[in-house]
Ligand binder design. Structure first.
Ligand SMILES: NC(=O)c1ccc[n+]([C@@H]2O[C@H](COP(=O)([O-])OP(=O)(O)OC[C@H]3O[C@@H](n4cnc5c(N)ncnc54)[C@H](OP(=O)(O)O)[C@@H]3O)[C@@H](O)[C@H]2O)c1
Length: 326
């Protein structure tokens, strides 16, 4: 697959390194707001073509799929541009600013008949695949509770995308999405959501905690912070035991299974770049003619955005151009 990258920042570099590890893929083009930065990234990663802006980039016939690695506020525009040009798309998490944008992006991809997926790389890692098998075989009985958190202390910088409301900053969209999607991965979508948090001077949620009420009296507890170092772990408790995901809960190298019969640590380590696994999924799906992944389906992505919207309403965070508290 011939990939093009839009947004040559931090995660884009990891993506380029991951594709370089894979025989079936190649990054052939990169787009930046600045041709200087596009060329520098292209040179660093051995990419043939550099573009300023997305218009000429998406018109490049040599690109099969676009990886959208811009800030959350740009995801909708970049995805719509790529999909409109008939490209398959892998779009970074959180997928959009809100569910309204996410619905438009999904409708456009379905209308164009191209592949689209939220880059929820955690779900494709060996740890999450093992977790799915353990849950399916009833290793901990019926799962009843998921507790997960992801947080670190970053300096408040109003210009950094994490603290910039205009770029869709905040703990929830950047970090909270991981605990929230884990709750959905294990328990399904929640029926009710309550949340509270701390909104900082720049208007973004710096710390948040949400309680997700799932059918059958099952609960998810999700926390995230840009100002408080959290354990970055997860625990999934069931009727017959529990599974611990050590730090970092979105990409752990082991799982620990606790049961009456004893404690077992399961290796889930991998070599190389972790983004490789989601890229393999995109390439496999496209090769098979599928327009979405069953592991990170588009309806779930949109539903997760609705959960994030509800949490944001509780927090009182409103994005410019996005939907906030009604
Ligand atoms: N999967 C993961 O593990 C992971 C990790 C980190 C981040 N992410 C996700 O990846 C996305 C990008 O995060 P990142 O940490 O790579 O961000 P980043 O380092 O700030 O890079 C984003 C790039 O987007 C471009 N851009 C386009 N429009 C922009 C705008 N209006 N403001 C600022 N930059 C703009 C910038 O490049 P030019 O200025 O050259 O155009 C910038 O380098 C986010 O959705 C984030 O949640 C995922």
């Amino acid at each position: 697959m011939r990939w093009g990258i839009v947004g040559p920042g931090g995660i884009a570099g990891q993506f380029a390194r991951a594709v370089a590890e894979m025989p079936e893929g190649q990054v052939v083009a990169v787009s930046s707001r600045s041709i200087v930065r596009a060329r520098a990234f292209a040179e660093q990663h051995g990419i043939a073509r550099a573009y300023e802006g997305v218009e000429d980039f998406v018109a490049d016939d040599g690109i099969d799929a676009v990886y959208v690695a811009t800030p959350h506020s740009r995801h909708e525009a970049d995805v719509l541009a790529a999909v409109g040009a008939g490209k398959h798309v892998l779009c970074e998490k959180a997928f959009a600013l809100d569910a309204v944008q996410a619905e438009r992006m999904v409708a456009a991809a379905r209308g164009a008949g191209v592949f689209l997926m939220e880059a929820m790389w955690a779900r494709f890692l060996p740890a999450y695949r093992t977790l799915r098998s353990l849950l399916d075989e009833g290793a901990i009985g019926e799962p009843l509770m998921v507790e997960a958190d992801f947080g670190f202390r970053a300096p408040v910088d109003p210009h950094h995308r994490l603290f910039d409301l205009g770029q869709g900053g905040g703990a929830l969209l950047d970090l909270g999405i991981y605990p929230v999607q884990l709750c959905a991965f294990v328990l399904g979508l929640p029926e009710r959501v309550v949340a509270d948090g701390v909104v900082g001077e720049t208007g973004v949620d710096e710390t948040m905690a949400a309680l997700l009420h799932h059918a059958g009296g099952r609960l998810g507890v999700a926390k995230a912070s840009l100002r408080t170092p959290l354990s970055c772990t997860a625990r999934i408790s069931g009727t017959a035991g529990w599974i611990d995901l050590p730090a970092f809960m979105h990409c752990p190298a082991t799982l620990t299974l606790h049961r009456m019969s004893g404690v077992e640590t399961i290796d889930a380590s991998f070599a190389g770049e972790g983004l490789r696994f989601e890229i393999e999924e995109v390439q496999r799906c496209v090769a098979e003619g599928a327009t979405e992944s069953s592991i990170m389906p588009l309806d779930e992505t949109v539903a997760l955005m609705r959960v994030l919207d509800t949490i944001r309403e509780h927090l009182g965070v409103v994005f410019a151009g996005g939907r906030g508290r009604p």
